[in-house]
Structures are given as structure tokens and as C-alpha cells.
Design a protein around this ligand. Structure first.
Ligand code: OAD
Length: 248
């Protein structure tokens, strides 16, 4: 497993990097992915748990599901993949991290520029008036009522059928259009519009690298692939970028 030669040859000229992360980067922190044999969507039905109709018809069930997932995160710590991205942010002039993950582990690791396009499970807001709610998913049995309007409080994650946070996605999309290198890591690339970002970058002339132990729906568009875990693959890329910075 090494960085593809074509990428290594140009690594000293890379100034703008965008990384799109998915559940696979947190797998090594013990957080389950969604798809695949061990994935959450093998055991649970997203249409019953991750959309607004499900929440309105059975708020307690949906709240319980997110409390369960929040609990899984209680002991989770960032891994070497998250930490490699902190280093990458320090090495690269223009670095943007776009994550589909709602676990907040990039920020815990120390990444400062994180665009959360699917929200964050550690935050909550009112379904009715949208105001943020200071509620801990783990402390409340069922969704509490909003202090302002009495609406139901829900986790601040994007559900199927809901629009993405426009500002965060727009910023990620603009960064994808100007980057030299786009890396998709730990994502199956089946959920749009997140999965459109590597194609946007590639169409604008970027080198597209996929890091994933398995091939995915994005693989056919990739200029190169590291068939490795996020931690090994990202460590390898950071080492290559750092050596490119040190060479004359
Ligand atoms: P998926 O569960 O669809 O895909 C996880 C990917 O991670 C797969 O391609 C695995 O091969 C890969 N993988 C597993 N272990 C890995 C490791 N150690 N290192 C690197 N890669 C590894 O997760 P996402 O692509 O993130 O949506 O799913 C996208 C969206 O679907 C999620 O954000 C969520 C879900 O429904 C929302 O919450 C809106």
C-alpha cells in the first residue's frame, strides 16, 4: 500500500486539498458504519428511524435510536486517521475537511476547519422553531419540549429527505472546485449530494484519491486508490505531503 506514483510525483506542488470523510474513518474508533455486513442499516431500518415522518409519528422511538448511537460514542476516541487529518490541516495552505459524520470526532482530535454536512449528534434543536436546545440526548427520556415554543426537540442531524445545511455544503462545493487534490476516505459514496463532491473536484481538474479497504461506487472515478484503512492510508498521504514540503 503506497501513495500512487502519479500523486507522489506532484505532491510538492499541492496547495489546496479537500477531504471528504464518511463512517469508515470512525470505524477504528469503535463507531459502527451504516452499510456492509456489520453496518447499522443491516439491523435497523432507516425509513423508521432517520426521517422526519418517523420522528413525528413515533418521537420516542427515534429519540431512543439517537440516544443509543450517542451512547456508543461516549467512550469513542479519535484514531490515527482523525489525527492524520489534523496534521494535514497544518501542512497544507488551503485545507477543507468535509464530513458526513455526526460524531464530532474530528473536532475532538483537533481539526479546526470542519464542515459538518450531515449535522452533529451532540447538538439538538426544536423541530418546530429550529432554535438550538441545551439538552443532552443521554439525560432525557424521550424528546423534551422546546423552552420557547413547546415544539419537540430533535437531534441536529440531517434526516433522509431533508436538505443539507446550505452554507456548509456550499463551502465544501466551492473548495472542491478549486482544489488540487480531493480525498474521499471511509465513505461508500452512495449518499448524495455528498457523493457529488469528488466528481465536482475531478471535473475541475483535481486528482481524486480514494482511501477505502473496499471498492465503492466512487472507485471508477478515482485517479488512484489506497486500499487501506483510513488510519494507514491517511498516515501514508501525510508522510508523502510532508516529504514533498521538505524536498528542494
Ligand atoms: P457507509 O456505512 O455507507 O460506508 C462506510 C465505508 O467505510 C465503506 O465503504 C467501508 O468499506 C469503509 N470502511 C470500513 N472500515 C474502514 C476503515 N477502517 N477505514 C476506511 N474505510 C473503512 O458510511 P457513509 O459513506 O459515511 O447519512 O454513509 C453516508 C451516509 O449514509 C451517512 O452520513 C448517513 C448514512 O445514512 C446521514 O446520517 C444523513
Amino acid at each position: 500500500m503506497t501513495v500512487p506514483d502519479a500523486l507522489r510525483a506532484t505532491v510538492s506542488r499541492i496547495r489546496r486539498v479537500v477531504v471528504l470523510t464518511g463512517a469508515g474513518i470512525s470505524a477504528e474508533s469503535g463507531v459502527p458504519t451504516f452499510r456492509g455486513e456489520q453496518g447499522l442499516w443491516k439491523q435497523f431500518r432507516p425509513e423508521e428511524l432517520a426521517n422526519v415522518d418517523a420522528f413525528l409519528s413515533n418521537p420516542s422511538l427515534v429519540w431512543e435510536w439517537y440516544a443509543y448511537r450517542r451512547k456508543l460514542l461516549s467512550d469513542a476516541q479519535p484514531n490515527a486517521g482523525h489525527r492524520a487529518l489534523v496534521q494535514m490541516e497544518r501542512l497544507v495552505e488551503d485545507f477543507v475537511l468535509v464530513t458526513q459524520n455526526v460524531d464530532g470526532l474530528h473536532q475532538v482530535a483537533g481539526s479546526t476547519k470542519v464542515l459538518e454536512i450531515h449535522g452533529n449528534i451532540r447538538r439538538n434543536h426544536c423541530q418546530h422553531c429550529r432554535r438550538p436546545a441545551q439538552v443532552d440526548l443521554l439525560q432525557s427520556e424521550g424528546p423534551p419540549k422546546c423552552d420557547y415554543c413547546g415544539g419537540l426537540v430533535r437531534p441536529s442531524v440531517v434526516w433522509f429527505g431533508e436538505p443539507l445545511p446550505m452554507e456548509a455544503f456550499g463551502e465544501g462545493d466551492r473548495a472542491a472546485r478549486r482544489c488540487d487534490l480531493f480525498i474521499a476516505v471511509g465513505t461508500s459514496g452512495v449518499v448524495y449530494p455528498a457523493a457529488s463532491l469528488p466528481l465536482t473536484a475531478k471535473n475541475a481538474g483535481a486528482y481524486f484519491l480514494e482511501i477505502n479497504p473496499e471498492s465503492t461506487d466512487l472507485s471508477r472515478y478515482a485517479d488512484g486508490a489506497l486500499r487501506a484503512s483510513a488510519s494507514d492510508g491517511l498516515t501514508e498521504v501525510v508522510t508523502a505531503i510532508a516529504s514533498g514540503r521538505n524536498s528542494p
